[in-house]
Write a protein that binds this ligand. Structure first.
Ligand SMILES: NC(=O)c1ccc[n+]([C@@H]2O[C@H](COP(=O)([O-])OP(=O)(O)OC[C@H]3O[C@@H](n4cnc5c(N)ncnc54)[C@H](OP(=O)(O)O)[C@@H]3O)[C@@H](O)[C@H]2O)c1
Length: 392
């Protein structure tokens, strides 16, 4: 029986992970859960999965949850704040940690699990985007098993097979090809992006996801963050990572080898597949997903990404090429811009403006240590917030 902690248990990835676990009660036991403030959902998870402890990052939510747990006489410790979340990541009983907090808040707890040499199932791409080099050094130092959950990176992990962890040269890999759905607005060439509403932006055509990643998909920043994530996970340079728009989201990504072979992983768009893959690896377990019917799919289309209409993708390539703290600045500015768009403070088209101006204002520092990265990230949040105020 493998103990697992789920960070971000109340979210979209957390829910899919719990679904896979509930299909394999003989293999996995939930030992820890964390969330931010959704204490009612957390209470139902405690009742159903009986973890030994949970944490709420929001301290008043933790207090309320603790009272509900006491009233119901449930046997579960309730921790609070960032330190509580980090304790859930470090639990001795958790051999595996699902890192599925959204945004920069996922960095420290994910690194805690890495440092303890656990199997880390990485959905929280923002942590790798912010601190790629240091993060991968910690993985190498601790011997942690870092397995990607993002469907694209999990597809590449599957297509690399036993070459995962080796250099691309040694593996005979020429290119990593990330597929992108293009989001809800790719096909509509005449659409006026300045009047896109938050409701329209979060309505992804193929995937059901949290709000932040849905807006990132609509702006194609999600693909940009994934390019950066791929560079670190697979030790690739930005020019070894290509993006291909594939609106059906059936091919989840591809690896092109020097002999001209292109290996792809296909499946219906359902995050339970990569989650089950990473949880069971090197074995395979059922995930409860609908089987891919090629006759229903019928055709697979591919298009060039349009960096004029989707400038966020270009900004991400620029940030990873510059290196240092630039990806952390890009990530922090994007988090502020997306939250401001969802709050109705800026237009969809202003997301890229907030990010590019923040990058220009802050420039790049060497990402010497975590403190420098976090300080620069906080500065980027403050700078982006000022730019938003001036725009709204
Ligand atoms: N959804 C997908 O299909 C998908 C696919 C690939 C990668 N990812 C990545 O997976 C991560 C999670 O995405 P998601 O779509 O599952 O997001 P989501 O549905 O918004 O869930 C986010 C989770 O993080 C928790 N959280 C939010 N802020 C927090 C904080 N400050 N401290 C601690 N916990 C916090 C939330 O708790 P509350 O519920 O209490 O707010 C929730 O449990 C993201 O990095 C995303 O890019 C997602």
């Amino acid at each position: 029986m493998i103990g697992i902690s789920i960070l971000g248990a109340t979210g979209s990835i957390g829910t899919s992970t719990l679904d896979v676990i509930s299909q394999h009660p003989d293999k996995f036991k939930v030992v820890g859960l964390s969330a931010n403030s959704n204490n009612y959902k957390m209470l139902t998870l405690i009742e159903r999965f009986q973890p030994q402890c949970v944490a709420m990052a929001d301290e008043s939510a933790a207090k309320d949850l603790n009272k509900m747990v006491q009233d119901k006489k449930l046997n579960c410790e309730v921790l609070s704040g960032v330190n509580g979340v980090r304790e859930v990541a470090r639990l001795d009983a958790a051999a595996y940690v699902m890192a599925s907090i959204v945004g920069a808040a996922g960095l420290e707890p994910t690194l805690d699990a890495v440092r303890l040499g656990k199997r880390v199932l990485l959905a929280n791409k923002e942590s790798l985007v912010m601190s790629g080099e240091l993060f991968m050094q910690e993985v190498a130092n601790s011997g942690a098993e870092l397995l990607p959950i993002d469907s694209e990176h999990n597809a590449i992990f599957q297509a690399l097979g036993e070459n995962y962890g080796k250099s691309l040269d040694e593996s005979g890999v020429e290119k990593i090809i990330l597929t992108a759905s293009g989001g809800p607005f790719f096909k509509d060439k005449d659409r006026d992006f300045s009047v896109i509403t938050p409701e329209q932006a979060v309505a992804h055509p193929n995937w059901s996801m949290g709000k932040k990643i849905s807006v990132d998909s609509a702006s194609m920043m999600n693909k940009g963050l994934e390019v950066i994530e791929a560079c670190w996970l697979f030790d690739a340079t930005p020019d070894q990572v290509d993006v291909v728009v594939h609106p059906q989201s059936v091919i989840h990504s591809m690896v092109e080898y020097v002999d001209g072979s292109v290996l792809a992983q296909l499946g219906n768009p359902d995050m339970r597949t990569p989650i089950a893959n990473a949880m069971a690896w090197p074995e395979r377990i059922g995930a409860g997903v609908k089987r891919l019917n090629m006759f229903e799919v019928g055709r697979l289309d591919f298009f060039q990404p349009d960096m004029e209409r989707f400038p966020c993708l270009r900004l991400a390539y620029d940030a990873v090429s510059e290196g240092g703290t630039m990806p952390a600045v890009l990530n922090a500015a994007n988090e502020i811009a997306v939250a401001s768009f969802l709050d109705g403070k800026i237009r969809f088209t202003q997301i890229q403006k907030v990010i590019s101006e923040t990058m220009e204002k802050l420039g790049k520092l060497n990402a010497e240590n975590l403190q420098v990265i976090q300080q620069q990230s906080q500065k980027a949040e403050a700078t982006a917030a000022q730019i938003v105020s001036a725009l709204s």
